[in-house]
Structures are given as structure tokens and as C-alpha cells.
Ligand binder design. Structure first.
Ligand code: NAD
Length: 476
């Protein structure tokens, strides 16, 4: 078995506890992980607090911080094959996807490296001749970052990049489900030469490690990605210390196809939009809302494409869909699909787990027209597409907004006037028109409603890790 360590105050250690990580492709333990308990969390937060106020980081110029982030980006790029392999091994996310994603993880670090020395205060033209007044942007303090198992290197980069650019220090808690890539990433943080305590990387269980981290009195801001139920708990913890929060949560994203759309291209986007990452993506286009006149044709296209998907071992470059990350996750998908079928949803394809080793579930399409299907309402975080149809634009909008979530959405139509109307009417943080899942470090990302608050990506994300200090100087 491989063995991993946690990284606190510039030192690697085994953690107060240990737990085994399971290979989702086989269901067998493959690596031993450090479990951070309350003492480890406290050490990590205190190290981050010391680094914030004393030592090299506290007095480092913004451009020097940027240079360290550039170095980290280069190391991520250089070590991409190893990081991708570990992420695939520990989470089951296929190697094609982990390899592709790491390329843009490095881009995110470069983007924020470049922003470090562009975070500015301002001078204020107040109505007093004897005073000069200006503002400074200062780091918000110690940031706790918590990420779920899917895309950890990416979901942490969108927090670490802006927070370090802003001068904060951090404790990052990797998910207990598949922490290997983050613990390996800690080696690159060390190699890049960040002063000790600036970026601490631990893993452990939510109710113990995550709970202790989010209740810690020295944490000033919590950047959380995960499910809404956990988020509510995190916010309650943050209230004890009045820490601020940014929350990137779940989704039940509508994928709307009008009859005039290029159906072939929409079908390709839909298949990738729901089955990539085996559906374990917060922006998965999991509710297809299709114009009734093309519903049958569109479903036929999707069925052929879904059944042609190569399911296999995640480390094989030819594999297109791999296993779910955990047995718990596969059981959750099975349970909601079976409740949906009992409610009247029709299985177009898939609808069952694969027999044998590993946590595989077939790419699944459920026709939910006229059915009150649990699969339309709940986030499955699995390869399951639920389909309903509409007769007109108002009905499409009503169906799209019939959710407590509001993360992403897709609109497929050749009528751009209608596309603009849809942009205004859909309640979600992202609208993709005739495309799906595009991301960029420059573009803000985040949700409405139960999909959370705060935005990752772009300049504003770096400013969110600062607070403003106002300075008054009497000049005469
Ligand atoms: P989760 O909420 O169970 O866990 C997420 C993280 O929170 C893990 O690191 C976990 O250990 C930690 N945690 C659990 N209990 C905690 C507690 N009591 N206190 C503090 N931390 C605790 O989520 P999950 O099931 O691992 O991940 C799937 C969820 O993440 C889905 O809802 C998905 O949509 C969401 N997600 C959102 C985005 C986004 O950017 N909006 C991206 C990816 C995933």
C-alpha cells in the first residue's frame, strides 16, 4: 500500500490517526492516509496564524507572492502526470479528465500569480482640505478551505490562488474520499518555497476534522465547496466566530433544447454535460428540458451516444466513463433511480449498477415527462439524466427555475433573441448558450439559491480574500 502524509507548518507528518483509502475501480484499499484530528487542526491553524503576522510572508511584497504562485504553477505542470494518476487512482475520475483538468489548474495559478500585484486600494476625494484619506486592501486573515472529492486539485486552486495572491494564509482540508492528489500537491507547495505555515494541507473526516476547522476561533474566512446540508452546518460553525463564508454547493442544472437547435451538437454537449466525471460534477446538466416536437428525435440521438460510451478502468486512456467515487455514492444513485422508476419514470437506457468489482453505474436516461420524479428534484451526483418536455418558452423557463438550486444552465437554440431573453429569465449563476461546461480563470463561477454564494474565478474572487483599511492623515 502507498502511504501519504499531511503538511503542517512546513513539515510532513503522519497525522494523529490513519485511515485507508479505497480504489473505486476495485473496491479495495490501496493507500494509507493521515487523519487530522482536533489537535492537528489546531496546530495547522496556529501555524497559518503565525505565518500571517510574523516571518517572511507577513512582509513579502505582492509581486514576490506572485512569483511563488508562478513557481507553483510550473511545478503543477511539471508533475501533471503523477498528480493526474493519483487523482484517478484515488477518486476513480478517468485519466483523460484528470490529465486535461490539471493543465488548466496550472492556468488558474498563473492567473492569480499575475493578479497578486494588481490588488489596489484607492485615494478618496473627501470634503476636507486638511486630510488625506486612502484605503488599503489587506488579507482577510487565516482562510480555511474545504473541498469535496471530485476535482480537488481544481476546486482547491480556485481558493488557494486568490487567497495567497491576496496575502492570506491557509489550511486546506482535502476530502477524506480520495485525498491522495492534494497530499501529493503539498510536496509541490513545499518545493515551491512558500514560507512555513502559509499553506497547510490536511485531510480527515467531516464531523471531526472539518468541524474543528470551521469552528476554530482563528479562522477568519471559510471557502467551502460541498453539499448544501454540510454547508448549513459550516455556516452555523462560522457564526460562533463571525467568520465570513463563500459557498460553492450543489446543482440540478437545466439543459434546455429548443426545436431549432443544432440537435447533433446539443446532443454531444448533453452527453458530455451529464456523463463526464461519471456525473459527479456540480454543474452536471442533469435535467434535460426539451421542446416536445423534437423530444423523441433528441432522446434517440442521446440513447445511441450513451450506449456507445466506453465504460472501463479509469487509468485506461480509452475509458470514457469510470466508477463513482464511493460505494455510498453508488448506493445513493441506485436508491434515487429506483424511487424515480417507482414514481413512474421510464428507463430509456441504463438504470442499474454494473455487476462485479468497483462502484460502476451505467450511463442512464430517465424519461420523467408527467411524473413527479425524485430524480428531477435531488442532486444525484451520478450519471443519470432526467428528461421532461415543454410546449413553449414560458413553460421551458418555469421548468428550468423549478429547483431550489441555481448553479448552471444550458440553452440550445439558433434564435439569439430568444437566447438573450432566456439569459434574463433563468435563475442561475451561469448560462451557457450553445455550449456547456466551459470555464476560465477570468470568468466568475458560482450559484444562486441553494447552490451557494460568493464567486470563484476572476479579479473579484481575489478581492473577496481582502478587507479594506481606511487611513486618515491630517496634513495641516
Ligand atoms: P460534502 O458536503 O459531504 O463534503 C464536502 C467536504 O466537507 C468534505 O471535505 C467533507 O469532509 C467536509 N465536511 C463534511 N462534514 C463536515 C462538517 N460537519 N464540517 C465541516 N466540513 C465537513 O460533499 P461531498 O458529498 O463530498 O461532495 C459533493 C457535493 O459537492 C455535491 O453537492 C456537489 O454538487 C458539490 N460540489 C460543488 C461544486 C461547486 O463548485 N459549486 C463543485 C464540486 C462539488
Amino acid at each position: 500500500m502507498q502511504s501519504f502524509q499531511q503538511y503542517i507548518d512546513g513539515v510532513f507528518d503522519d497525522g494523529s490517526g490513519r485511515f485507508d483509502s479505497v480504489d473505486p475501480a476495485t473496491g479495495n484499499a490501496w493507500a494509507s492516509m493521515p487523519e487530522a484530528r482536533e489537535d492537528d487542526v489546531d496546530r495547522a491553524v496556529k501555524a497559518a496564524e503565525r505565518a500571517l503576522w510574523t516571518g517572511a510572508w507577513a512582509t513579502m511584497t505582492a509581486s514576490a507572492r506572485g512569483k511563488l504562485l508562478y513557481k507553483l504553477a510550473d511545478l503543477v505542470q511539471l508533475n501533471a502526470p503523477r498528480l493526474a494518476e493519483l487523482e484517478t487512482r484515488d477518486t476513480g475520475k478517468i485519466i483523460r479528465e484528470t490529465s486535461a483538468q490539471i493543465a488548466y489548474v496550472a492556468d488558474y495559478y498563473r492567473y492569480y500569480a499575475g493578479l497578486a500585484d494588481k490588488i489596489e486600494g484607492s485615494t478618496l476625494a473627501i470634503d476636507k482640505a486638511e486630510m488625506d484619506v486612502w484605503t488599503r486592501r489587506e488579507p482577510v486573515g487565516v482562510v480555511a478551505a474545504i473541498v469535496p472529492w471530485n476535482s480537488q486539485l481544481f476546486l482547491s486552486a480556485v481558493k488557494i490562488g486568490p487567497a495567497l495572491a491576496a496575502g492570506c494564509t491557509m489550511v486546506v482540508k482535502a476530502s477524506e474520499d480520495g485525498p491522495a492528489p492534494m497530499l501529493e500537491f503539498a510536496r509541490l507547495v513545499d518545493e515551491a518555497g512558500f514560507p512555513k505555515g502559509v499553506l497547510n494541507i490536511i485531510t480527515g473526516f467531516g464531523p471531526s476534522c472539518g468541524n474543528a476547522l470551521t469552528r476554530h476561533p482563528s479562522v477568519a474566512h471559510i471557502a467551502f465547496t460541498g453539499g448544501p446540508v454540510t454547508a448549513a452546518h459550516v455556516v452555523r460553525n462560522s457564526a460562533e466566530n463571525l467568520a465570513s463564508t463563500s459557498l460553492e454547493l450543489g446543482g440540478k442544472s437545466p439543459f434546455i433544447v429548443f426545436a431549432d437547435a443544432d440537435l447533433e451538437s446539443a446532443a454531444n454537449a448533453q452527453v458530455a454535460g451529464i456523463f463526464a466525471a461519471t456525473g459527479q460534477s456540480c454543474v452536471a446538466g442533469s435535467r434535460l428540458i426539451v421542446e416536445r416536437s423534437v423530444k423523441d428525435d433528441f432522446i434517440s440521438l442521446l440513447k445511441v451516444k450513451a450506449e456507445a460510451i466506453r465504460i472501463g478502468t479509469p487509468l485506461d486512456m480509452a475509458t470514457e466513463v469510470g466508477p463513482l467515487c464511493t460505494r455510498r455514492q453508488r448506493d445513493h444513485v441506485e436508491q434515487i433511480v429506483s424511487a424515480s422508476v417507482n414514481a413512474g419514470a421510464k428507463v430509456v437506457t441504463g438504470g442499474r449498477a454494473l455487476e462485479g468489482d468497483g462502484f460502476y453505474y451505467l450511463p442512464t436516461i430517465l424519461d420523467c415527462d408527467g411524473v413527479d420524479s425524485p430524480s428531477m428534484e435531488n442532486e444525484l451526483f451520478g450519471p443519470v439524466l432526467s428528461v421532461v418536455s415543454f410546449a413553449n418558452e414560458d413553460e421551458a423557463v418555469a421548468l428550468a427555475n423549478d429547483t431550489r438550486f441555481g448553479l448552471a444552465s444550458g440553452v440550445f437554440t439558433q434564435n439569439l433573441t430568444r437566447a438573450h431573453r432566456m439569459v434574463k429569465r433563468i435563475r442561475a449563476g451561469i448560462v451557457w448558450i450553445n455550449t456547456y461546461r466551459a470555464v476560465s480563470p477570468i470568468a466568475p463561477f458560482g450559484g444562486y439559491g441553494q447552490s451557494g454564494h460568493g464567486r470563484e474565478g476572476g479579479l473579484a474572487a481575489a478581492l473577496d480574500f481582502t478587507r479594506t483599511k481606511t487611513v486618515w492623515l491630517r496634513t495641516s
